[in-house]
Design a protein around this ligand. Structure first.
Ligand code: TYC
Length: 101
């Protein structure tokens, strides 16, 4: 019986790759009160009042603002919780996620 030689197709990884990070993005709308956006940013993302104001006003002026980066699960959980906080008050506040390049 002829001998079978198996050749590995990929180089074994020498280092463990870091998980890809995902951005949480705050999206502007015309209805959510500014102070409410600031309160959610402080509560869910542990920002100072000053940081939260800057992020809120950037989204207000430019349409979107990156809030922070996390591993995918954490980013999605935080974006969902923050969006749900707005929904609970009847606001259309939206936090989305996208992978970092
Ligand atoms: N544009 C809103 C207003 O004028 C405030 C706001 C800012 C809402 C940022 C959402 O992501 C947002 N009341």
């Amino acid at each position: 019986m002829p001998e079978t030689i198996t050749v590995p197709r990929t180089k074994p990884k020498l280092e463990t790759e870091r998980p890809r990070l995902h951005k949480v993005i705050l999206v502007n709308d015309d209805y959510t009160p500014r102070e409410f956006v600031v309160t959610v940013l402080k509560g869910e993302f542990h920002m100072s009042d000053d940081q939260a104001h800057r992020v809120m006003i950037t989204a207000h002026r430019r349409g979107v603002c990156v809030v922070a980066v996390f591993t995918r699960d954490v980013a999605e959980t935080k974006a969902t919780r923050a969006t749900d906080a707005g929904k609970a008050k009847g606001y259309p506040l939206q936090f989305t996620t996208e992978p970092e390049e």
